[in-house]
Design a protein around this ligand. Structure first.
Ligand code: PLP
Length: 420
């Protein structure tokens, strides 16, 4: 990841405003290529569908397209974005729990891979094929994967007993029955499961579950075997206190499970994965300026910066992200233990908890690393506007990818008569 010194940060802040994000395009390219290489070394054909919702910076999405990746979208907004970036419908994977009739009409007519998640969607498709005789929709089903381990503990995110997505049991039976009666062939099975541990074992479970659904219902036209996202990327050990699996480790386990199935060995459906966090988290840094420093009763110290926790971890997870203190100049002052807190009026706006900083002063900067996932897509203009995003221009300078939001942008969405 590129490292900026204080002078460069000040220059960018003067031009584009502070705080701002820095996007490392080369790093993103490297991550996408590394992910694909790990998978293709063990199983082919492989398709990478980049999870738009994790960070739909157009520059990132365009790069995925350039590298031959698919767009994994979960809303009409994301679908439209993929089309605007020049994607063909056929290279879009349409997931998510809420696909409206008009969205499904567009997707099935265009030939997108649609992984259905509700009986409403199945019913729509049965009716659609009736209205479009001779057309072959690229129909998929999301499968509800149980991530309960041998110890009886559920690995589904936040300790939930069961995830809400996908079909299982009688619903699955009914969905497949309806599609069969309507003459629809299921060509994609999708098994993304949001887990709390991102373990390799989860992917074994996903593969086995999809494989057994294929067998049970004799889905012999299957072309896409989609394991979803949920991988770890390059996460430094100091961040979460343990080593995480490599892309190679995930790929080995997935390939081993798939190739244990003789039908898969013979027919070689496309293996699809939908990485998000693992390829984009470490491609962005957030630079925020120190505004002030204080000590309250009890001796607790705070350093206030012009960004907020919502810019770097809107999910409010408990980990301190990796950071770098960039002082404005030399100082003889001592090191203090403090919380780095944001510019909103909320007590929970804590960006870094109990960290050691050497004499932090107004005008210094804090760089928060690994701020690329679920940040810019989840930051509404809460109290402060959305910050600018810049990237190196390849010639030693920088280019603006997104300008900081102004009051004009902010008011622009409101009806003119209500603006003043
Ligand atoms: C269907 C689907 N695919 C892919 C992803 C990306 O997951 P991650 O960012 O954990 O890789 C998600 C995230 O929730 C998802 O719901």
């Amino acid at each position: 990841m590129i490292t900026l010194d204080h002078r460069e940060i000040e220059r960018l802040a003067a031009r584009y405003g502070s705080p701002f994000y820095l996007f490392d395009e080369q790093r993103f390219r490297h991550n996408i290529e590394r992910f694909g290489k790990a998978m293709r070394a063990r199983y082919e054909p492989f398709l990478l569908g980049y999870s738009y919702k994790t960070n739909y910076l157009p520059a990132a999405c365009r790069l995925v397209k350039e590298l031959g990746g698919y767009a994994e979208v979960v809303s009409r907004l994301e679908y439209e974005l993929a089309l605007r970036l020049g994607y063909d419908h056929c290279n879009i994977i349409f997931n998510g729990p809420l696909k409206r009739r008009e969205d499904l009409e567009t997707a099935f007519s265009g030939g997108a891979i649609v992984n259905m998640d509700a009986m409403t969607e199945v019913d729509f498709l049965c009716n659609w094929v009736h209205r479009h005789p001779g057309k072959r929709p690229v129909a998929g089903l999301r499968i509800n994967v149980s991530l309960v381990g041998a110890d009886g503990r559920s690995r589904v995110q936040a300790g939930l007993k069961a995830g809400r997505f996908g079909f299982a049991g009688e619903d699955l039976e009914e969905a497949i029955g309806k599609l069969r009666s309507a003459g629809v062939e299921v060509v994609s099975l999708h098994g993304h499961a949001s887990s709390s541990d991102r373990s390799v074992e989860n992917f074994r479970t996903i593969c086995r579950t999809l494989s057994s659904v294929r067998q049970r219902y004799a889905l012999d036209r299957l072309r896409y075997f989609n394991v979803g996202g949920g991988f770890f990327g390059d996460v430094p050990k100091e961040l979460i206190g343990r080593e995480v699996p490599s892309f190679d480790a995930y790929a080995s386990a997935i390939a081993e499970e798939l190739l244990a199935d003789s039908w898969i060995r013979e027919h070689r459906p496309n293996l699809v994965a939908e990485p998000g966090v693992s390829v984009v988290a470490d491609t962005m840094s957030f630079y925020t300026r120190v505004h002030s420093r204080k000590q309250v009763s009890g001796g607790k110290r705070f350093v206030t910066v012009d960004g907020s926790v919502f810019n770097v971890k809107p999910t409010l997870h408990p980990y301190n992200m990796l950071f770098r203190h960039v002082p404005a100049g030399e100082s003889d002052g001592g090191t203090i233990s403090c919380d780095v807190v944001g510019s909103t009026c909320m007590e929970k706006d804590v960006i870094l908890r109990e960290v050691l900083l050497k004499d932090p002063r107004p005008g210094d900067y804090i760089e928060i690393k690994g701020a690329g996932a679920y940040t810019i897509v989840m930051t509404p203009p809460f109290i402060n506007p959305a910050p600018a995003i810049v990237a190196p221009d390849g010639g030693g300078g920088f280019r603006l990818l997104r300008e900081a939001q102004s009051v004009e942008h902010f008011l622009g969405c409101y009806h003119p008569q209500t603006q003043t």
